[in-house]
Design a protein around this ligand. Sequence first.
Ligand code: HEM
Length: 266
Amino acid sequence: MANSTTGAITYNSYLKIDELLSLQQPRSAGPEHDEMLFIIVHQVYELWFKELLHELDRVSHLLQDDKSHRAQHTLKRILTILKVLVAQLDILETMTPLEFLSFRARLEAASGFQSDQFRQIEFLLGAKNEKAIARFPDGSRARAALQRRYGEPTLWDAFLRYLAREGYQVPSSHLARDVAAPVAPTPEIQDLLVKIYRSDPKNAELCERLVDLDEGVQEWRYRHVKMVERTIGAKMGTGGSSGAEYLRNTVGRNLFPDLWEIRAQL
Ligand code: HEM
């Protein structure tokens, strides 16, 4: 909607500010002061998740087109966004356990566990779980997006195919692997990566950016679980999991295990 008198695009009409500002709807009576922060932080996360997916897809496409320099540039942007995502947890940690409890019951079974965009990011990075798809209603946007990503090559697949085109002997079993299967560490790929680190600075840099990405996601997981521990302790999650115990098990899982394994060989 443009400015009604001049027809010109305005800040408000371009960014749909009225719609955006109408989307924060607390459920608690009062409403409780801290619920606004809780809603806004989560909504901002979802917007950044959308941007991350946009940029991660771009990295895959740039690798497909052998534009590794541009892919690195985009990875740098992704890492910068990840830093912001981690830093944002500090804001939510200003909310005490009692302040959270003042509205927690109103969340019912809602939980970040149900963020389809977070699962999409995991899928794109190779951590796919078919069960996660079935949690979303048939015909929903979320389910369709997850189904599509489940069948698509991961960022690791795009990387291996790029390396093959760069002249590296990536075994055909890896190039044609089941893209829904977990990314498992393998000696053949590790030999090749060691070679890259020793004699191919351009691609070694790209590998390091992928390690940054892997570490960045783990950093978020670690900080999220510490925030959960300080806010709800050992209580169950609203999403029905064991809470912090479940989350602790997701920390430390490498997305690109070969890139970590080779460190001892360098
Ligand atoms: C007071 C703040 C928060 C608390 C107490 C909390 C608590 C939890 C708990 C207990 C879980 C485990 C699943 C379950 O609900 O049973 C979980 C999962 C999750 N939360 Fe949070 N959370 C908080 C803030 C956030 C924020 C700001 C985000 C950002 C989007 C977020 C995203 C997620 C995601 C993506 C998962 C799924 C993780 C996985 O399955 O690996 N949470 N959260």
